[in-house]
Write a protein that binds this ligand. Structure first.
Ligand code: NAD
Ligand code: UDP
Length: 336
């Protein structure tokens, strides 16, 4: 299929572009490079031997984005990754987050209607479940009550897409709710390379291991979990990318609106993650225990049975694989 990939130069988008090409699809990338670099395209070419079409365009810019639809013709589906994603920053810059994430989606939906594109796969997040009442989370659990503006944009966009489908049932929508994506491409060329001090634990651990940062700060060891540290569902970004290919196979069946959790179904604590990293890389990760981080929950992991039964997809890689790949990227591909 000819698939428009917004945010295709980013961490998850670039891996998905590779997975799409491996499976015989033709991705067309749109990105404003606000959180990615132009050389990602060279790296995609180096890995795959193919250079997909790339348009440096802001999805909020109707005229600029319309030219992409006009030039590319016959787009069959869209995977919508483009968005701002830093939780902490979203509380400081809510207007920027609501504007970018909502407007890009609205402009995209308008263009899809104008150009007769009926299939959209959206990058949603476990954050739409708010503070979980129980884990593992299932797709029918209540959505809403996100704890920050970033999460609210995901809740709102899910709602917008549902309403768009109600008004026009020919629009197929797959909501993919990601848990905690980690890891990198095994080549060491593509991965997560955040600006400044990382907020997320995996790039933080990798930077401590590589000597860029001194010590990991573990946020709380007094949670009601077996070792006292927070539990999350860490999924290798390559597994996540393959989940999008599986969703594309599903969307041609005209499913209407459907949501899937993409995780491993397995919870890993912060201490377990540190151990897995040390085992996988042979590098020690010095840490100190700090107080809990405000807004964090004790445990958050997915039930992924729905994706397994309906998409015939499940995560194949484990946390150690992801740690090894993340560290390889940190020491080869990431900015020093
Ligand atoms: P990323 O920042 O690496 O990729 C997003 C890409 O979108 C970037 O390349 C950025 O330049 C681009 N972009 C942003 N706004 C744009 C706009 N208006 N027009 C065009 N391009 C724009 O992030 P990622 O980790 O790859 O995340 C991709 C998607 O998955 C996001 O929607 C994110 O919210 C969602 N998600 C990510 C995680 C995670 O932990 N990484 C978890 C759940 C959901
Ligand atoms: N965490 C930590 N130190 C860090 C960053 C995160 O101990 O520097 C913990 C955090 O409290 C949570 C887990 O690691 O239990 C995952 O946090 P992350 O920010 O990566 O993802 P989140 O689940 O919050 O989106």
């Amino acid at each position: 299929m000819r698939v428009l990939v917004t945010g295709g130069m980013g961490f998850i988008g670039s891996e998905t572009v590779l997975a799409l090409m491996e499976n015989g699809h033709e991705p067309i990338l749109v990105d404003n490079l606000s959180n990615s670099k132009e050389d990602v395209l060279d790296k995609i070419e180096k890995i795959s031997g193919k250079r997909p079409h790339f348009h440096k365009v802001d999805c909020c810019d109707y005229e600029g984005f319309r030219k992409v639809f006009e030039e590319e013709k016959n787009i069959e589906a869209v995977i919508h990754f483009a968005g701002l994603k830093a939780v902490g920053e979203s509380t400081r810059k809510p207007i920027e987050y609501y504007t970018n994430n909502l407007l890009s989606t609205l402009v995209l939906l308008r263009l899809m209607k104008e150009y007769g594109v009926h299939n959209i796969i959206f990058s949603s997040s476990a954050t739409v479940y708010g503070v979980p009442k129980r884990v593992p989370l299932v797709e029918s659990d209540p959505v809403g009550g996100a704890t920050n503006p970033y999460g609210e944009t995901k809740v709102m966009i899910e709602r917008i897409l549902e309403d768009a489908n109600k008004a026009d049932p020919s629009l197929n929508v797959i909501l993919l709710r990601y848990f905690n994506p980690i890891g990198a491409h095994p080549s060491g060329l593509l991965g997560e390379d955040p600006n400044g001090i990382p907020n997320n634990i995996m790039p933080y651990i990798s930077q401590v291991a590589s000597g860029k940062l001194k010590t990991l700060h573990v946020f709380g060891d007094d949670y009601p979990t077996p070792d006292g540290t927070g539990i999350r569902d860490y999924i290798h970004v390559l597994d996540l990318a393959e989940g999008h290919v599986a969703a594309l196979n599903k969307i041609v069946e005209n499913p209407g609106v459907v949501a899937y959790n993409l995780g491993t179904g397995k919870g890993t604590s912060v201490f377990e993650l540190i151990n897995a990293f040390e085992k996988a890389t042979g590098v020690k990760v010095p840490f100190v225990v700090d107080p809990r981080r405000p807004g964090d929950v004790a445990a958050n992991f997915a039930n992924c049975d729905k994706a397994f039964h309906e998409l015939h997809w499940k995560a194949k890689r484990n946390v150690e694989d992801a740690c090894r790949d993340a560290y390889r990227f940190q020491t080869t591909g990431a900015s020093k």
